[in-house]
Design a protein around this ligand. Structure first.
Ligand code: TRP
Ligand code: ZN
Length: 885
């Protein structure tokens, strides 16, 4: 909690640290009502920071200082200055050591940052600036140190004591307590420090690295979860192999540990050798976790493992460079998931997510560049822009250089900067140097916020047999900047002839026709590319694979989109053509609803989807994706002023029409797939994910028909499925149906069966919180009283409140403002408990500019109320004040 107005920090003010910490020796004495932390810091003046001996300003928050010593001298209170975030000392020489002892209170730490308790175990979360809540330190990523950590705790309650690196000793004490010492041979910044103490069991395995070293792998969980670790372990071994094969990166310690904790602000954390995970990102088995949860576990295990190189061995100079590790690591984990599953489906899901949520962020009051140039609270910048758009930026470098050139660049980056804390510029420089290219214009992607628009027009000259595409790029202004300079936009394209065949592409000036798909670099505000030897006017396939994070527009008519859905050789663009067709149809219906007209569905959408549904050759997961209409949140994002009610009505209308008109096809594919599911044991692999995906989307359409045979099938699937993917879909379908008795029974039996499994109960909360049926807020309020709910657990808050405000748009945006009032009350309550979660839950209110005047006023009033509610955390203060600016 702040005592002064939080202040803005600027990238341009970066200065190298005055002092360095060569060694860090920590001793933790864990007790039930406090913890003692003894730190010995072996320090020296930073030769790169100038002359003289400036004061040493250590970061520290919520610490009770018990003693401080400079070399051998115990300091008295007039030898140092202390305030609520710093301890200032006055070193008398260039080399010295600082010893401190502090008392902290993990047992009452509800912010889940620093050292805290999750249930009966102790754990840490230090990124970004949590280490300063553990001990006085230079808590910044460019101060790297060699850590030795001793943990002392009661043997009986905390048999397992872990920290980073290798175990170097342990033993009992005579007071019922025991100790363990860990030593991490790699220099690291404090944000990668971790400690765990608890009564944990572990699953063990091993991995032989490419150079033949043997690495012990351990996943630690609370005893009741020991049967849910195998999928994460398999994912870990696959990740380790993949990083060797694709990036040439080998693991570097003799042991790699993952610990699952129930109370965690984010997905997981890449602490050196000791990753700490939200239990939702580790635990998965057929009976309790859906296919999506299995895929999420695989991706997050990979993400954190990949950080060992992209983040830990090479880390960030300062937090403005966060995307250096996060954008790159998301790009790496996306490549891994694409290789493990269907690459096209992975791309579709990532792009749908980016367009819905990152584009909305880019258009809102918190818009910032991939490398922001200022912030108040860094925790607010673990965003879709830094992660997802950051990954797109790395992906564009990959597209521009090709796989081989990119690998040369990443090899040079890791080799050149191993052991260093560096910047996004250093990353790009390595890519440039390894390939002899100039990315100076490209780097605008790091500094300019906002989603570029790319308007494309065509012209065909029959007599010259030339076809031209003209690209016009622009970027809307964002709070940080008005004028934007042109980006380098790689646009992968193909041209289709009237039969749907791909044309070999030759630009004016080129000697011969080449590939049928190629990347055009759009670098000017307006730029024309002319293709020669084009016998008849073609149909362009633009931005294949979503080769740049832009909003591209081309005046396709609906017949052309249907043609692309059938013939485009690029799977992503076949899907995207379907999405564009759906958007056109939905926007027409939205307009009809607004004018009070009868809704009339363009039959071409039904025709197009009927042919997708009937195509047995197509990957079933692709069929499922193509049958999914653009979400309400996406339709909101692309609206000038979002009409919540019209969007919901139009989309539901189309869903019902599709259910009715495609009933036979849906029913046939549902039954075929359910029959296979019934006779196949659950396998967490691609082909099985695909079968269940189509089966489940088919069921959710079919139930809209209200037919008794569908209800019977849903109940059968709910009761006899051997896996959560089928069971949860059946439950969701019932929850959204008018069959009140069946719904109540299913909800009760599910809760009874899974009441002791918090992750399954999260899904039970989400399914209800997301239901668009009337009365959503009352349901959510009632569920908050359920014994399985607690506002102190971030997963519970996300499952219930996050799902309601983020996914249940029709209920959250109730015209009377009740949803907004509810969310604001919650944010005020969370602000005092857990600022990071409070600030994240606030996001839906920051989107007020998208709505009609009445809703805008209601949303702003709630933001004002939060602003005036008392002592705001820096996290909430920043989001609220920027939203109202
Ligand atoms: N570095 C983590 C990742 O892999 C992010 C993270 C985990 C985090 N816990 C956090 C960020 C707490 C801020 C606060 O993406
Ligand atoms: Zn990460």
């Amino acid at each position: 909690m702040r005592t002064e107005q939080p202040k803005m920090i600027y990238l341009k003010d970066y200065q190298a640290p005055d002092y360095l910490i060569d060694e860090t020796h920590l001793t933790f004495e864990l007790f039930e009502d406090h913890t003692l932390v003894h730190a010995q810091l072996v320090m020296r003046r930073n030769p790169a920071a100038g002359a003289g001996l400036p004061p040493l300003v250590l970061d520290g928050q919520l610490l009770e200082l018990l003693s401080v010593q400079l070399d051998d001298r115990v300091l008295s209170s007039n030898d140092y200055q202390i305030d609520d975030s710093h301890l200032t000392l006055h070193p008398g020489s260039e080399h010295f050591s600082v010893d401190t002892s502090v008392k902290i209170h993990p047992e009452t730490n509800t912010a889940l940052e620093g050292l805290y308790k999750s249930g009966s175990m102790f754990c840490t979360q230090c990124e970004a600036e949590g280490f300063r809540k553990i001990t006085y330190y230079l808590d910044r990523p460019d101060v790297m140190s060699k850590f030795t950590t001793t943990v002392i705790a009661e043997q009986h309650r905390y048999p397992v004591l872990l920290s980073n690196g290798n175990p170097v000793g342990n033993g009992p004490q005579d007071d019922g307590r025991h100790w363990a010492t860990w030593e991490d041979p790699f220099m690291k910044p404090a944000y990668l420090f971790a400690l765990v103490a608890g009564d944990l069991w572990c699953v063990e395995d091993s991995f032989a690295t490419m150079s033949g070293r043997n690495v012990a792998l351990r996943i630690y969980v609370e005893p009741e979860n020991i049967d849910k670790c195998q999928h994460a372990m398999n994912s870990l071994k696959k990740s380790m192999r993949w990083d060797e094969e694709v990036y040439g990166r080998e693991y570097d310690l003799d042991i790699f540990m993952i610990v699952a904790v129930n109370d965690f602000n984010m997905g997981a954390m890449e602490n050196k050798g000791l990753n700490i995970f939200n239990s939702s990102a580790v635990l998965a088995r057929a009976e309790t976790a859906t296919d999506a949860a299995h895929q999420r576990v695989e991706a997050i295990v990979a993400h954190e493992y990949f950080h060992n190189w992209s983040g830990n061995r090479v880390t960030c100079r300062d937090w403005f460079q966060l995307s250096l590790k996060e954008g790159f690591t998301v790009f790496r984990d996306a490549g891994f998931s694409a290789d493990m599953n269907s690459a096209t489906v992975k791309r579709i899901q990532d792009v749908a997510y980016l367009r819905t949520h990152q584009f909305a962020e880019d258009a809102g009051p918190m818009a910032h560049a991939v490398r922001p140039d200022s912030f108040i609270e860094i925790s607010n910048f673990y965003t879709l822009t830094v992660y997802e758009k950051g990954s797109e930026v790395v992906g564009m470098i990959h597209t521009l250089l090709g796989a081989e050139g990119f690998r040369k660049g990443s090899d040079l980056y890791f080799q050149r900067h191993d052991g260093q804390a560096v910047t996004c510029d250093d990353f790009v420089k390595a890519m440039e140097d390894a390939n002899g290219v100039d990315f100076s214009q490209f780097k605008r992607w790091y500094s300019q916020a906002g989603t570029p628009r790319l308007a494309v027009s065509e012209s065909y000259d029959a007599s010259a047999r030339t076809y031209s595409l003209t690209f016009r790029q622009s970027c809307p202004q964002t709070p940080d900047k008005q004028e934007k300079l042109p980006f380098v936009i790689p646009v992968e394209i193909g041209l289709l002839d009237a039969q749907g065949a791909e044309i070999a592409l030759q630009l004016t000036g080129e000697v011969a026709a080449g590939a049928t798909s190629r990347v055009l670099s759009v670098t000017e505000a307006e730029q024309t590319f002319t293709f020669v030897g084009i016998a008849a006017k073609p149909l362009p396939s633009l931005l294949r694979g979503f080769s740049a994070p832009v909003k591209l527009s081309f005046p396709y008519d609906r017949d052309q989109l249907m043609f692309l859905m059938q013939h485009d050789s690029d799977g992503f663009n076949r899907w995207d053509a379907g999405q564009q067709l759906s958007v056109q149809v939905l926007q027409e219906l939205i307009a009809q609803h607004q004018k009070g007209e009868t809704l009339v569905l363009d039959p071409r959408l039904v025709t197009a989807l009927r042919s997708v549904l009937g195509n047995e050759q197509l990957d079933q997961a692709m069929v499922a994706e193509m049958l999914s209409l653009p979400g309400e949140a996406y339709l909101t994002e692309i609206s000038e002023v979002a009409d919540v009610e019209a969007i919901h009505t139009a989309r539901e209308f189309v869903r019902r029409q599709l259910a009715e008109q495609l009933f036979d096809g849906l029913w046939q594919r549902y039954q075929a797939n359910r029959a296979v599911s019934k006779t196949t044991v659950y396998v967490a692999e691609n082909e099985h994910f695909a079968r269940r995906a189509l089966q489940n989307i088919a069921l959710s359409y079919l139930m809209l028909s209200g037919k008794p045979e569908v209800l019977a099938a849903t109940l059968e699937q709910f009761e006899s499925a051997d896996n959560m993917t089928e069971r949860l879909t059946a439950l969701a379908v019932l929850v959204n149906s008018p069959f009140e008795a069946e719904k109540a029974l299913a909800l009760a039996s599910f809760a009874e069966h899974f009441k002791d499994n918090p992750l399954v109960m999260d899904q039970w909360f989400s399914v209800q919180a997301g239901s668009p049926l009337p009365g959503g807020l009352q349901r959510v309020k009632a569920l908050m009283e359920h014994p399985a709910f607690t506002i102190k657990n971030p997963n519970k808050v996300r499952a219930l409140i996050g799902a309601f405000a983020g996914q249940n748009l029709i209920n959250f945006h109730a015209a009377d403002g009740s949803g907004y009032r509810f969310l604001a009350d919650l944010v005020i309550q969370l602000n005092a408990l857990n600022p990071q979660i409070a600030s994240r839950q606030l996001a839906p209110l920051t989107r007020w500019r998208k709505y009609d005047d009445a809703r805008q006023a209601l949303m702003k009033a709630e933001l004002e109320r939060i602003r005036g509610s008392g002592e705001l955390s820096a996290d909430v203060y920043e989001v609220v004040s920027k939203s109202l600016a």
